[in-house]
Write a protein that binds this ligand. Structure first.
Ligand SMILES: Nc1ncnc2c1ncn2[C@@H]1O[C@H](COP(=O)(O)OP(=O)(O)O)[C@@H](O)[C@H]1O
Ligand SMILES: [Mg+2]
Length: 360
């Protein structure tokens, strides 16, 4: 509250300082004008009637007041029009197309993803962030995506959910072009954990299962699986129960805890396709290991993991290395190690080098 009051006071203070400064200047202009008028009237008092003279002087004194309020009102109009401008811009914002085909309940049944010659840009006048991407992920395959920061890994993940619309090329999930599917259906069938997850104000329960479709037991089990639940039902710090409250944006949790809660949400829904975008980047190694094991045991669908720890994907079926908006290498981790390309270099630079070399 104090922070907000301070911010308001700062804005107000500046507003009034400028307002008074303007008033002072206008008063000076007014004084000059009245003095000038007075001087001219005095010089010509022989030809002007004294009553008319008094009348003119009192009128000229009102001038400064009038000019000040004109400038002031114009300033207020400008400020208000700024707000109108924002509202108009929001009302003209184009909503995403909500149309498209409704899919049957069991879609996607196998979880196969095929991407063909995909070109993606954030807007029409920015350069492509994905160039000519073609690959296929079989149903139930676990694929890791690695590459330097800015290589386009997150953009690829966003494209699979149509959060970015392709400029050309197509993505097929279970043989169906996702651009023909209703957005809400598509996004409800694929689980996605972004790099920086968002939570809503409410409780842990409302964030896990807003519509209350799932039993408490199952929710608690998921919380335990990601290591967020307290062991003996008391309020130890760093642990949560279903009733724990969450502030807007999840600001009362650390980023790692938010990622864990999103993982719990995924475990409950058990979808056919999961996309994790560096979902455990803010989680310690030990917790990460527990989560990876949990996912491995609990989940048998297609898993796409943008990984920042190479050890996470060492046991995966496939690895895709992205470089400069393109796929540089794709294959099993052991194959890529043999090829001595980019993946090999990444392994050499990694902290877990010895562990990786011994397992691959
Ligand atoms: N919101 C955005 N608007 C425009 N360009 C973006 C945006 N987000 C990312 N980019 C660009 O896309 C490229 C790939 O980014 P990203 O997919 O986030 O990389 P990664 O996840 O591999 O680090 C970057 O070069 C970046 O400049
Ligand atoms: Mg990223």
């Amino acid at each position: 509250m104090h922070r907000h009051i301070d911010r308001l006071s700062i804005a107000r203070r500046h507003f009034w300082i400028f307002n008074r400064w303007l008033g002072l200047q206008m008063a000076f202009v007014g004084i000059l004008f009245s003095t000038g008028t007075g001087a001219i009237l005095l010089l010509s008092k022989s030809i002007i009637d004294p009553s008319l003279l008094g009348f003119s002087i009192s009128f000229s004194m009102g001038f400064s007041k009038a000019i000040f309020s004109a400038v002031n009102e114009f300033g207020i109009l400008e400020t208000c029009m700024d707000s109108a401008d924002t509202i108009i811009r929001y009302s003209e914002m184009e909503p995403e197309d909500q149309g498209g085909a409704e899919m049957s309940h069991d879609w996607p049944s196998s979880g196969e993803i095929r991407v063909e010659r995909l070109n993606v840009a954030y807007s029409d006048n920015t350069p492509l962030v994905l160039r000519d991407i073609t690959f296929t992920v079989g149903g139930g395959t676990r694929i890791g995506i690695v590459g330097r920061t800015g290589a386009g890994k997150s953009s690829l993940a966003l494209s699979l959910l149509r959060l970015l619309e392709p400029q050309s090329g197509s993505i097929y999930t279970d043989g169906i072009d996702i651009s023909t599917i209703k957005l809400q259906t598509l996004r409800s069938r694929i689980a996605f954990i972004p790099q920086d997850p968002v939570l809503f104000s409410g409780t842990v329960r409302s964030n896990l299962d807003y519509f209350k479709h799932v039993s408490d037991d199952k929710l608690e089990e998921a919380l335990r699986a990601v290591g967020l639940a307290s062991k003996d039902c008391d309020d130890t710090p760093g642990s949560f129960t279903l009733g724990s409250s969450i502030t807007a944006g999840g600001t009362n949790m650390s980023q790692g805890q938010r990622q864990l809660l999103c993982l719990a949400r995924v475990l409950i829904r058990n979808p056919k396709i999961i996309i994790l975008d560096e979902a455990t980047s803010a989680v310690d190694d030990k917790t990460d290991l527990i989560i990876q094991n949990t996912i491995r045991n609990a989940f048998h669908g297609t898993l796409i993991v943008v990984a920042h720890r190479l050890r996470t994907i060492a046991s995966f079926d496939q690895v895709m290395v992205m470089n400069d908006c393109k796929i540089a290498e794709i294959g099993s981790p052991a194959e890529l190690m043999k090829a001595r390309g980019l993946f090999y270099d990444l392994v050499q630079d990694s902290q877990d080098r010895d562990m990786l070399i011994s397992t691959l």
